[in-house]
Every structure is written in C-alpha cells, then in structure tokens.
Design a protein around this ligand. Structure first.
Ligand code: OFO
Length: 164
C-alpha cells in the first residue's frame, strides 16, 4: 500500500509528466507554424512518450492501492525565438524533470518503499536518455546553424524519429 505522502508525490509527478506532454505538443504546434514538419514529428512523438510516463505512474498508484487525483496544468509556452531556443527549452525542461524524479526517489528511500524505488529506476535511466538526446540535437543545431540547408537537413533528420 502506498503511503499517503507518496501517493501525493506520485500524483504530482503524474501532473508533471502530463504537463511535459502538453509542453511538447505546444512545441510541435510552434514547429508546424514554422513549416518544420520534422521538428513537429519529433515533438509529437515526445508528447506520446510523456503520456506513456504519466500512464506508468498512474498504473503503479492504482496497483499499490492508491488513488490517482489529477490536478490543473499551467498554460505551456507557445512562442520560441528559433529552433535552437526550442531545444534549449527541451533540455532545460528535461533537467527540471530529472531533478523532480530524483526528489521523488529520495522520498521513496525515506519511506522505505522498495517497489516504488524499482519503478523509479526506470525513470532515472529514462532521464539519462532524454537529456542526452535533447543535448545532442541542441549541439548539432548550434554547430550547423539554423539557416537554409542546415535547418532543412536537421528537419529531415528529426522526421525520421519513430520510423524504426
Ligand atoms: Fe521527458 O521525461 Fe517524462 O517528463
């Protein structure tokens, strides 16, 4: 059985994951508006991944006899000055999520909730990948620049995400 305080902490993380999905969908919409379908593809797949994260936590809370309570989300950022700023925001956001996952993990250590710790090992590992992929794309954008050909190439590369 999940403790009351862990139940609340897990519900908060469900909110953060849903807010991540909402933010990435907003980023996808920005990319569509800039005629960058590859960037939009990457963001829409990211939205699905974040929904997956939220659902993993949702399932866990229910399996442990807890109660999922959903709460309001903030309006996500809609405007970005450039595709590079977009990925700067992705990386910043993922670093914030990593810090939240670490905090949640600390709460499970305090509560000696071993099952919750095992679940969070997956999230801790996932954050390593999330930060690495955002950082790699950001570095390429910085190196190659955002003008003409380089941006088109990057858009094509991001269009391939999810194609196996
Ligand atoms: Fe982007 O990893 Fe969940 O929030």
């Amino acid at each position: 059985m999940l403790s009351t305080s862990l139940q609340q902490a897990f519900n908060e993380q469900i909110n953060h994951e849903m807010a991540s999905a909402y933010l990435y969908l907003s980023m996808a919409a920005y990319a569509e508006s800039r005629s960058l379908p590859g960037f939009a593809n990457w963001m829409k797949l990211q939205t699905k991944e974040e929904m997956g994260h939220a659902m993993k936590l949702y399932k866990f809370v229910n399996e442990r006899g807890g109660r999922v309570i959903l709460t309001a989300m903030d309006t996500p950022k809609a405007d970005f000055s450039s595709p590079t700023e977009l990925f700067e925001e992705v990386l910043k956001h993922e670093r914030q999520i990593t810090a939240l996952i670490n905090k949640l993990y600390e709460a499970t250590l305090e509560a000696k909730d071993y099952a919750a710790q095992v679940l969070l090992h997956w999230f801790i590992q996932e954050q390593v990948e999330e930060e690495a992929s955002a950082s790699e794309i950001l570095e390429t954008l910085k190196m190659a620049g955002e003008k003409g050909h380089a941006l088109i190439m990057m858009d094509r590369q991001l269009a391939r995400r999810g194609q196996g």
